[in-house]
Design a protein around this ligand. Structure first.
Ligand SMILES: Cc1cc2nc3c(=O)[nH]c(=O)nc-3n(C[C@H](O)[C@H](O)[C@H](O)COP(=O)(O)O)c2cc1C
Length: 420
């Protein structure tokens, strides 16, 4: 840190603050720059003044703060071109979805965006937005385009959002933005994207994932099966979210009425044994998510013809146990995916069963959910899960299955980063 202080004294940063909840953290960032000896010129977008006041930023930077393009021109103390070039580095924090879109398209309808287009200096952006805004194809396109244009990125991080959701989109911590900026100011060019930004937008690029979903059907005779009420919606949502995060996904699906999600390779099966074979065939993988409701039992023998009632008052079905696909993957000695996630669909003793399953099946994470009839989970659009791992139990708030999937993906990214 001592060398950073020496390295940054006399260096100047133009800090552009966008209109996001994380704008308050820009004040802390300004303080960090000042403490390490750098001069900071603050520019707030007009909308950002709704989040932090020019006065706060001016107090922390010790310099006049600008916001309006035309008042700047009218007063002509400093021109916008000069402002855009007087700094050694431009830092945009928080970079809202709107600011990224403007930057990617060369729009300049306020002071901040005009400076960003006019500058001849390196630009470091710290995106901050709701996880869906971050995951939106439009934002991903903008990020990729900016990365190709040579803009550097730091973050975003995964975590709790001001809007109550959880996922990728939180602004990087001021200390991380400061470190990234200091590297650029010191001429360390190992930081910049394209790769960095692309991987922030697609954190699972280059990873392979296998997801199982839906029920299995275990034939009794040519027309009857043992089935369950799983719709497959949660597993399909997970496959879609993993693909959106850049993973190459194979979805092994039992019989469902759902269409294959975009960008996902699908293998349709009926029975547990077929599902197991399809999963084995899809290996190797970095990630395995067992979201299918695999039948524990199957009829010992499938009648070759439709069974007739005859005069019998009772009939007996002999069942044999099915392969345990999740345990087979989680406890593999060789070629085990780095992250194995299982579901514990329970109607009672959720945590107890979930914890036992975590260990017995060799999982990194178990999502335990109550699938009793009253919960509406099987077939419904929403889910409420508890995430059980070696770290303990997290209660995830009730959410749509898409939201649960996105939160799971962010958790998988974390687990992969920690995996040996
Ligand atoms: C309370 C509130 C919080 C917001 N937080 C964010 C945010 O974190 N990220 C974002 O991209 N947009 C956020 N927005 C939307 C932006 O403020 C809006 O798109 C604005 O036009 C962006 O302006 P800018 O380009 O000056 O940053 C938020 C809006 C409100 C009302």
């Amino acid at each position: 840190m001592g060398s950073r202080k020496a390295g940054l004294s006399g260096r100047r940063v133009l800090l552009v603050v966008g209109a996001g909840v994380a704008a308050y953290k820009a004040l802390e960032l300004a303080r960090l720059f000042r403490r390490r000896g750098a001069g900071v010129r603050g520019v707030l977008t007009p909308a950002a003044t709704q989040f932090v006041t020019p006065l706060s930023l001016a107090a922390l930077t010790g310099e006049e703060v600008f916001s309006e393009l035309f008042s700047l021109t009218r007063e002509s103390r400093i021109g916008h071109i000069e402002l855009s070039r007087e700094a050694d580095l431009v830092v945009v924090a928080p970079a809202t979805a709107d600011l990224l879109a403007k930057m990617a398209n060369g729009l300049c309808d306020d002071l901040a965006s005009t400076l960003l287009l006019a500058t001849d200096k390196r630009i470091l952006v710290a995106p901050a937005m709701n996880l869906r805004m971050w995951a939106h194809p439009a934002t991903r396109r903008n990020v990729e385009r900016l990365a190709r244009d040579g803009v550097s990125f730091v973050g975003p991080d995964a975590g709790a959002m001001a809007c109550g959701e959880w996922g990728l989109g939180r602004m990087a911590e001021p200390s991380a933005i400061f470190e990234a900026a200091a590297k650029l100011l010191e001429g360390d060019t190992t930081l910049p994207p394209p790769e960095g930004a692309m991987s922030a937008a697609r954190p699972l690029a280059g990873r392979r994932a296998i997801v199982t979903a839906g029920p299995t059907h275990e034939p009794i005779d040519p027309v009857r099966v043992i089935a369950n009420r799983s719709s497959g919606r949660q597993g399909y949502a997970i496959a879609a979210a993993l693909a959106q995060a850049g993973a190459e996904v194979t979805l092994v699906s039992g019989p469902t009425a759902l269409e294959s999600p975009a960008g996902v390779g699908i293998v349709r099966v009926e029975t547990a044994r077929q599902m197991q074979a399809a999963v084995e065939a899809a290996l190797p993988a970095d990630i395995f998510v067992g979201a299918a409701a695999v039948a524990d039992w199957r009829p010992a023998a499938e009648a070759g013809h439709k069974m007739k009632r005859g005069g019998a008052k009772e009939a007996t079905l002999t069942l044999v146990v099915n392969p345990d696909i999740l345990a087979g993957i989680g406890t593999r000695k060789k070629g085990r995916p780095k992250v194995v996630v299982g579901f514990a669909a329970e109607t009672e003793k959720l945590l107890e069963h979930g914890r036992r399953k975590l260990v017995a099946k060799g999982c990194n994470l178990i999502l335990a959910n109550d699938v009793g009839a009253a919960s509406g989970v099987f077939g419904g659009a929403r889910n409420r899960v508890r995430a059980i791992s070696a770290d303990g139990v997290e209660e995830w708030p009730e959410a749509t299955k898409d939201e649960v999937a996105m939160r799971l993906v962010a958790r998988i990214v974390e687990l992969l980063e920690r995996a040996p």
